[in-house]
Every structure is written in C-alpha cells, then in structure tokens.
Design a protein around this ligand. Sequence first.
Ligand SMILES: [Cu+2]
Length: 157
Amino acid sequence: MEKSDKIVKQSPYGKKLINNSDEIEWEDNMAMMNKMSNDKMMEWELIDETNPNDIKKNMDIDWKFKKGQFVKVEIFNDPRSMHSMQHPIHFHGQRFVVLTRDGKVNKNLQWKDTVLVKNGEKIEILIQMTNSGTWMSHCHIAEHLQSGMMMTFRVKE
Ligand SMILES: [Cu+2]
C-alpha cells in the first residue's frame, strides 16, 4: 500500500490516520507482530450494542428473527481498535443490500452476502431473512474468524 493511500479522516472519535482507499488491505506493515501473535493471545470482536444495558460480543450474540423479515443492521468498524483494518463481514444463509456507507446512500442495490467495511466506516445493510435455521455471521478473514470474530443468529419458520 502506498503512503498516499492513507488520509486523515474525521471519525466520531476525532481525526485518525486510516486507510480508506478502495484497495483491499490484506497485508499490513506489522509483520513482526503478526508473526508473534496467534488466536490464543488475541481476540477479534464483533460487539452488539443494540441494547446499551446488555452489550454482547462474538458467540454470546444470538439474534432471533422470523423468516421473511427484513432487518436493518448498522455495522461500525471502530478505528480505536488496537489493530484497526478492513473487515469483510459475511452473513450465512441470507441476502442483503447495502443501504448507506458513512451516511451516503448507496444507489447500487445488488444482493450481497458479504460486505467490506473499511476502517472507521459505518454502513447500514438491509437483510432479508429468507432461510430458516441457525446461522453464523463473521469476518471473512480466516484468522479473525479463528480469533473469535463470529456471532449466531436464528431464523424461525
Ligand atoms: Cu476481520
């Protein structure tokens, strides 16, 4: 990644140097730290702040829906993370459209099952619960999934 790809962006927590280019940031410049870390010593988190009095994370999250229901989900990639980077968020068994990115309306309403959420970005998606069962949502970077970045949701008939 070129240095010029990084810009200073205003986030809800003040200005941060973040990568908001269209390039996919699978590589980073923390090779030494990556080499030393594994899923036993670090955890990636999906945090559910739906109920401020009962904040849950990863596999403690267990959403319940009905088949046919449309569900709006806001996903915020918190730039205060220790190692903030992009995350491709995937929902199993259902399809969704991206409604907004950082408040900007997305006019390309194609059905998706995964969306790349950039560092510091807030997106809104509308999921159509089309398949009943117990499903998983997770980051599609295998190391992040392995390190806990997953949750459950159930769709009843
Ligand atoms: Cu991730």
